[in-house]
Ligand binder design. Structure first.
Ligand SMILES: [Zn+2]
Length: 179
């Protein structure tokens, strides 16, 4: 018979100093920039366990993999669940440069992630307050700690610059066809 009882007690997400959070976000932003250079919206995410070890990394690969589920947070969750051999993330912290969308926020609630730290708000698609707050929604059976606005300026800039470049390239492309 399979024993579904959890033997270990639930532990809490690690308490990081501001400098540690910044150091992790800098790595996330560095990776996100590389993701953007490949033509994807520049988003990257990491998951830390309760000892502060990175057990999951994900980057947006929707275009590369032609995968609607290829968001950075979901890719990181997949990797970390494989490493943990568990779907529960109560003791884990996810760090991402952009506020999660409804799909990712929903998945993070389902995964019972302990803490989410994100950089830039997303007033168009954000699901932790930007458009809807799924963390406060009555369907959210799990309460998460949410910290936002870490390196917000830098986080927002990387996304805005990417869209600006994309529009510029699209315009150039169009002009070259007209010429
Ligand atoms: Zn998402």
């Amino acid at each position: 018979m399979i024993n579904l009882q959890r033997s270990k007690k639930l532990s809490k997400p690690i308490s990081l100093s501001q400098q540690e959070k910044i150091n992790w976000m800098k790595r996330v932003l560095y990776k996100a920039k590389l993701v953007g250079d490949r033509g994807e919206v520049p988003i990257a995410a990491i998951i830390l366990d309760n000892k502060g070890r990175c057990i999951g990394y994900g980057e947006n690969r929707r275009e590369t993999m032609k995968d609607p589920l290829g968001h950075a947070e979901l890719v990181a969750l997949k990797q970390a669940s494989w490493i943990k051999n568990d779907w529960r993330f109560n003791e884990c912290t996810l760090i991402v440069n952009l506020e999660p969308c409804p799909m990712c926020a929903g998945a993070l609630i389902q995964a019972r992630i302990g803490k989410i730290i994100y950089g830039s708000h997303d007033p168009k698609r954000g699901a932790l307050g930007g458009t809807i707050n799924l963390a406060d929604h009555k369907s959210a059976h799990h309460k998460m700690i949410i910290e936002n606005g870490l390196m917000e300026e830098e986080s927002r800039k990387i996304i805005l610059d990417w869209f600006k470049d994309k529009r510029f390239l699209a315009k150039e492309n169009l002009l070259s066809k007209i010429r």
